[in-house]
Design a binder for this molecule. Structure first.
Ligand code: ZN
Length: 153
């Protein structure tokens, strides 16, 4: 029920548990990101920033959940490059936590790969949301206070 963490992948073709073609073409925002953005509900998968507006859409970036470097560990390239391994996020969220996750071993099955993707996604989202809270606290203490004082005079 409410305990099940929300994952964006359920709206992907095949419920996000099928290997999808890698995105083709260049230019993420105007090109291959359009499918990803639609599957993600036109919002950042981390902070839910709406991307149906122009200013929101300008923030769009597409991320590999399981990072591309793991191909060097023996992950099949078609798993990593699959659109099922991509999410639509906003640039600020991407900047807040862009450290690569620790991946210890190569799953033996595609199902195992999707489980790993889901686990990495949830960890990453939790860390990004925690960083956003820190930034918000700083903002409210410093920027809002300064603005309030300055505006009141
Ligand atoms: Zn975001």
């Amino acid at each position: 029920m409410a305990d099940a963490p929300h994952l964006p992948f359920s709206a992907y073709p095949g419920g996000g548990r099928e290997l999808l073609d890698p995105p083709s073409g260049t230019g993420a925002r105007k090109g291959y990101a359009r499918d990803i953005l639609r599957w993600c509900g036109y919002q950042c998968v981390y902070c839910a920033l709406g991307m149906r507006t122009f200013n929101g859409w300008l923030q769009l970036s597409v991320d590999h959940v399981v990072p591309q470097q793991v191909v060097g560990m023996g992950f099949p390239r078609e798993w990593i490059r699959s659109s099922a391994n991509l999410v639509a996020g906003c640039r600020p969220c991407n900047d807040l936590f862009n450290r690569d996750p620790v991946v210890e071993s190569v799953p033996s099955t595609l199902e195992g790969f999707f489980d790993l993707r889901d686990a990495i996604f949830l960890q990453r989202r939790a860390k990004i949301l925690a960083r956003r809270d820190e930034e918000r606290a700083w903002f409210e203490e410093h920027v809002i206070e300064e603005g309030g004082t300055g505006g009141a005079v």
